[in-house]
Design a protein around this ligand. Structure first.
Ligand code: KG4
Ligand code: ZN
Length: 338
């Protein structure tokens, strides 16, 4: 059985074909294709929703054709069409959902709406070192920062989350203040490689709060204050130092709370997913802390950390396999932006 997955929640159009394993094992990724809109949005310093929707319309069917060709398949081999139902930009989501439901209706096949974060959460199952249930998941994207206890597919308990900005947002907003380009996360982390993470004492909000919640809104204020002190003509080295210090503050809090969640649940497995999961400093810190604590840590392949169709097709396949989802033949689709 083959699941075609379509992702269009923000600024990446992703399509993939995943095949369910006949013996109940991890589904296999047969092909995937991605178009990033980063270049298009760069001139505006962020995602322009209207442009995003229009570009998804242009890209999604050619990408689907590419995926089927690469997999040596045709539309007749597609048994179910999965798409991102939300959260995300309403117009962008509607493109993926509309195309998925139209394709499915034409083929007489069912559809499956997938939660974007569940896609991220399950994406490490496509890596060479897939996790086993149960585990603690640290979900760190541009819109979300959550710690979850994951017992199995669809069995998720929220342990803590951000009370204001997401970790990716903290990277993006700090990068903007530093005059770095869009997307800010990767740009800030590149600059941080040349800086001293201890040069500026930035706050670690809620580090000792006793719970598993996060708060990152104060960080951008602290970055702004430091920048004001440095004056208008700030040189390259203090800028790199401030980038490194900002990254260190975010990484410290994410790591400490993840370790706390592992201790609290007694679990010995950590899964890190979402765009910020690509951050090298975060991976290095978590690898070292987990090694010391006897915890196994799993990540998605680097190219599957940010949004993609493979994670949506995979989540659809894993939901079907676990009996956690009933595919729909009702093509009156709905999206859930929030
Ligand atoms: O998961 P994702 O691709 O999209 C959402 O679902 O939000 O995450 C995007 C976020 C952005 O905030 C981006 O700046 C951040 O992930 N990001 C990074 C890195 N790569 C992407 N943040 C820090 N370091 C990175 N290497
Ligand atoms: Zn995402």
């Amino acid at each position: 059985m083959n699941v075609l997955g379509i992702e269009s929640s923000c600024d990446e159009t992703g399509v993939a074909l995943v095949q369910l394993s006949p013996d109940g094992g991890v589904p296999r990724l047969r092909a995937h294709a991605l178009h990033s809109q980063i270049e298009m949005h760069r001139a505006y310093g962020g995602v322009v929703p209207e442009l995003a929707s229009r570009d998804h319309i242009r890209r999604v069917l050619p990408l689907a054709r590419q995926v089927l060709t690469e997999a040596g398949s045709t539309l007749d081999d597609v048994d179910i069409v999965a798409y991102t139902r939300g959260p995300g930009l309403a117009g962008a989501l509607l493109v993926g959902a509309g195309v998925a439901c139209a394709l499915a209706a034409a083929l007489g096949k069912p559809t499956l709406g997938i939660h974007h974060l569940e896609g991220h959460l399950l994406s490490p199952f496509l890596s060479d070192d897939p996790p086993e249930f149960p585990f603690v998941a640290l979900l760190v994207s541009g819109g979300h920062t959550q710690l979850m206890r994951v017992q199995g597919v669809g069995d998720y308990e929220l342990l803590g989350e951000t009370i204001d900005d997401a970790a990716g947002e903290a990277f993006d907003k700090s990068a903007k203040l530093l005059g770095l380009g869009y997307p800010g996360g990767p740009a800030l982390s590149r600059l941080a490689e040349f800086g001293d993470p201890e040069a500026f004492a930035l706050p670690r909000p809620l580090l000792h709060s006793g719970n598993l919640d996060f708060s990152f809104a104060g960080l951008k204020t602290a970055v702004m204050t430091q920048l004001r002190k440095l004056g208008p003509e700030v040189c390259e080295q203090p800028k790199a130092d401030l980038a490194a210090s900002t990254q260190a503050a975010i990484v410290d809090v994410l790591s400490a709370k993840s370790m706390k969640a592992l201790k609290q649940t007694g679990l010995k497995r950590l899964v890190v997913a979402g765009g910020v999961g690509a951050n090298r400093a975060l991976r290095a810190n978590l690898n070292s802390l987990c090694r010391r604590a006897g915890v196994r840590v799993h990540y998605p392949e680097l190219h599957l950390c940010s949004d993609n169709g493979a994670m949506i097709a995979l989540a659809g396949a894993m939901r079907l396999q676990s009996g956690r989802a009933s595919a729909e033949h009702d093509y009156a689709f709905d999206v859930k932006p929030r």
